[in-house]
Design a protein. Sequence first.
Length: 499
Amino acid sequence: MAESRKDVISSLDRVIGLIKTDTRDIPAAEKKRMVRETLDQFQNYVSPGWLKYRKSVSSDSAEGAVLEWQDGGAYCYGLEGEKFIDCLGGFGVFTFGHRNSEILDVVKAQLDHQALHSQELLDPLRGYLAKAMAAITPGDLQYCFFTNGGAEAVEMALKLSRIATGGRWFISAVGGFHGKSMGAVSVCGKSTYRTPYGPMVQQVQHVRYGVADDIRQAIKNLQEVGEKVAAVILEPIQGEAGVIVPPEGYLKAVREICDETGVALIFDEIQTGMGRTGTVWRCEHEGVTPDIMTYGKAFGGGIMPITGIICRPKMWTQQLIDNPWLLGSPTFGGNPLCCAAAIAAIRYMLANDIPAVCARKGKLLKDGLESLAKKYPDVIAEVRGVGLMLAVEFRTQELGYETAKGLFARRVMTAGTLVNAKTIRFEPTAEISEEDISEVISRLDEALADTRRRCARDMRKSGAAPRTLKDVSRKNVPGVSAFIKMQQSVQDRGLSRKQ
């Protein structure tokens, strides 16, 4: 399969030329060629699974696939100009919008004088960012360590808890998700990601999420037989599991248990943090400070990939002071370009009160989703979540995927693949306008109606559907109509505004 050096250079010159060309100036024939080549290259050089399971491949575009090539604000654009309202949000990455101009300007300015660090001289942006993190995180969280991806941040948190406490066991929750590197996947609570790689990192005990007494009992059992527990690791809201919000007081109870038993508490705020759930960090909702906190996704402002951990002073032991590279030494972790993006993201979040924006727009979106749940009880089982971290759970996997495809056809981007669509997350950007929220509800209404029609026979066989669909017609469920009419009234009065 090897090609000559000349052929490779020629091929890459063409690709670089495309990168430098405005989308509108790429000829139609060239765009068609790009689609054909992308399908072939994913099949032969990336993974055929991407083509099998993604909605963007089995689409109504001319070539049967949508290539992403441009984005901005609350939207993603396909190569052929397809405009999607983004309700996927990169699973939390794009809280501040796509290519946020304020953040992008800072990154470009940094790139003009330095991109990566020397690995020897002191890089000042790392220090400025760490100080800012200490200022915006709860309690006495102070020392930062920057990484590149979420799983890597979790690995650092697990290692730090063992160094600081001398313990070896971890307590995590069923349904939890913390990444797919070996340590991170070991504390995950989903067999799908664990089974192929067993045996996992040993000394991990899983308990039910949302039940604090289970954590207490697990720690007690281990300590009674002479084992030492390093940490409890939890998501303040489980994301991958389907936006599972624990009972009020759960985080506070776990904090008390950890204090009583001498166990470190790790909160994985990678998806919940940076304002998405209505507070800067979800743990602030209960006034709880963990011993270690991970962060990421929106932390890079939707521009650059940067994650990390922050910990309380007691966790940063003398071992780590004596050997600063003991915890880890990621080559690109905390590089100047990524730090510049994170600094700009924090400034934008605070200056524009993004947590309040997420709370307000999230309530509006959730109200609309709940009105549809009342109209389509045979299709939708539950709506849950807080802020702009929401989820719709469907009666079956098939109903979810059909609805997700229907939304995609109507240019609303959500989660939901062929093998993972029973619960679909809605995580739009904080830039989404109230007009677009209303539009999303309207398009979802249409998609749900189509799903009901296409799947009615299977729904009746499974017992999910009523004997007649008249019982759940629009006239009997005024929520959707009232929601859309209310939004139109607001717009007509000129009160609706985009943040």
